[in-house]
Design a protein around this ligand. Structure first.
Ligand code: GLN
Length: 523
């Protein structure tokens, strides 16, 4: 029998429901339970592939190519899982399906309604998910905040589910600090709103800028009618949250609610890795040169992959987000960098600055990592400045030497959603390359999200001049690297290795990059 834990956000958005759900999952996993996360999103997009990172943070890609939001990255990093498209249920997906059925005549003679048609669809979806995955716990994160129109039908479906299955409701909330006093009233109102929807939360978890005292806990217990109130104050890193919830006694509350036998947790490896991040003297600066630097969640997986790999090296890292347009004329924002990354990206804005940053890294032998667009621009920079070509990417306009071209299968693709080359592809890694050291001869599979590729007709010329192709997938260039004697450490991957980094299994690409950063000294 699967058990369901539903996490609902109240009062305001941005409290970290994803991190909370993932951390609850970790507390359970640490006791040997299997957990299956799932997220509901009320928006009418089918997936978030067409959303702007400025509005919605990064687009995360699952192994099967599904484009989802950054919470899925959090689940995978915390829980060490590789999820698939079934873990994401959006309003867009539901209504697409229901309208298809309506047109086929599946509801003939009936009006199609939120209750029961939409709510039944949701309940069946999660029950099937639980059954097929044979999970001990299904963790359901309801996107948005209690009181939104967008998620109200999901919440109603969860109320109905609680009449049929074992369901525990957790309300995440925020306690504003007014002249030193943490106020509970907004939370009380949100609990009442939930009650009005037929849901009594069993556990309240509070976010606040300082720890809550016994009075606040008691007040919430009494006025919100809940047994358990746990606190999630500001932590040094999000990876502390499972340990915090463990210390606060979350397991006991879950155990009692579902009448489970006692089970001890093993979070020692997790704690060891966290400890590795403390008490270091030295800090190295990694510059990420991109165009979404004002919304740092656009690079969430990249940031996390770096932080996770920093547990494997003896120094702390400081990530410096550098707006690409600012280095077009002047590279001084890069002068304190010990390593440079140009991440994935699209379109013209800032591109000359990115190319400048790559040239600066190459000429100064600063360790460089190019991801997707950052790899394509590494090829453009090399073709321009070493081979002397009039090089560009076809994505950016016309030139004599298009070293990056549209993938043939992308020609004629008009539809935007879900049509890039997405998800897992295997790389055949060339022996003797830096990349083959990184993957240690293991099968290298990484996730992708792109329309363009390296033009194979230029590979010969590039390799002659010291830009080595280190991996292919069926003729498509998957990775390049500098001849290290000439330019130091620099690698570029068409894939996004940041999407597969897990807290307990760092990405070997980022670990190697940071090791090179550690070895590099300014001339
Ligand atoms: N814009 C490039 C392409 O479509 C790179 C995409 C990316 O960096 N994710 O191929």
């Amino acid at each position: 029998m699967p058990r369901f834990i539903v996490v609902l956000g109240s009062i305001m958005s941005g409290l970290g429901k994803g991190i909370l759900s993932a951390s609850i999952g970790k507390v359970l996993q640490a006791r040997g339970f299997s957990v299956a996360p799932i997220k509901f999103d009320g928006y009418l997009n089918v997936d978030c592939g067409t959303m702007n990172p400025f509005r919605h943070g990064e687009v995360f890609v699952l192994a099967d190519g599904t484009e989802v939001d950054m919470d899925f990255g959090t689940y995978e990093r915390f829980l060490g899982l590789n999820l698939n498209k079934r873990a994401s249920l959006t309003g867009g997906k539901i209504f697409q399906r229901i309208i298809e059925k309506e047109r086929k005549g599946d509801y003939l003679g009936r009006d199609v309604q939120f209750v029961p048609h939409v709510t039944d669809y949701i309940k069946t979806y999660v029950k099937d998910y639980a059954k097929d995955l044979n999970a001990d716990f299904v963790l359901i994160e309801v996107g948005g905040t209690v009181g939104d129109i967008e998620n109200s039908y999901f919440i109603e479906a969860m109320r109905q589910l609680s009449l049929e299955e074992e369901v525990l409701f957790i309300q995440l909330t925020y306690l504003p600090d007014l002249y030193g006093e943490l106020k509970t009233k907004p939370t009380q109102h949100a609990s009442k709103m939930l009650l009005g929807m037929g849901i009594q939360p069993n556990i309240i978890i509070t976010r606040s800028d300082k720890p809550i005292d016994a009075t606040v806990r008691e007040k919430l217990r009494t006025y919100c009618n809940v047994e358990h109130v746990f606190n999630d104050t500001e932590l040094k890193t999000v990876y502390e949250l499972p340990l915090r919830l463990e210390a606060e006694g979350l397991w006991k509350a879950i155990q009692n609610y579902f009448s489970l036998p006692e089970k001890s947790a093993d979070l020692s490896k997790w704690a060891d890795r966290l400890r590795a991040l403390e008490e270091r003297q030295e800090t190295k600066t990694i510059a990420i040169v991109g165009k979404y630097t004002k919304q740092i969640d656009s690079y969430a997986s990249l940031r996390e992959a770096l932080h996770i790999s920093s547990t494997e090296v003896p120094f702390n890292i400081r990530i410096k987000y550098v707006e690409a347009e600012n280095v077009e004329r002047d590279t001084s924002p890069l002068h304190d960098a010990d390593g440079i990354i140009v991440p994935g990206g699209f379109g013209n804005r800032g591109v000359e600055g990115k190319i400048k940053a790559i040239e600066y890294a190459r000429k100064n032998h600063i360790p460089y990592l190019g991801i997707c667009f950052g790899m394509q621009l590494m090829v453009v920079e090399y073709a321009r400045n070493v081979l002397g070509l009039d090089a560009c990417s076809e994505e950016l306009g016309k030139c004599a030497d298009p070293v990056i071209i549209l993938q043939p299968e992308q020609e004629g693709v008009k539809q935007m959603g879900g049509t890039l080359r997405l998800g897992d592809y295997e790389m055949e890694v060339k022996p003797g390359t830096i990349l083959s050291e990184i993957y240690e001869g293991r099968e290298a599979v990484e996730r992708h999200r792109h329309r363009y590729e390296v033009n194979p007709t230029y590979v010969g010329k590039l390799e002659e001049q010291g830009l080595i192709v280190s991996a292919y997938h069926k003729g498509l260039v998957e990775a390049v690297e500098y001849d290290r004697q000439k330019w130091g450490f620099g690698i570029g991957l068409q894939a996004h290795p940041e999407f597969t980094a897990k807290f307990e299994k760092p990405s070997p690409v980022f670990t190697r990059f940071l090791k090179e950063v550690g070895k590099w000294t300014k001339q």
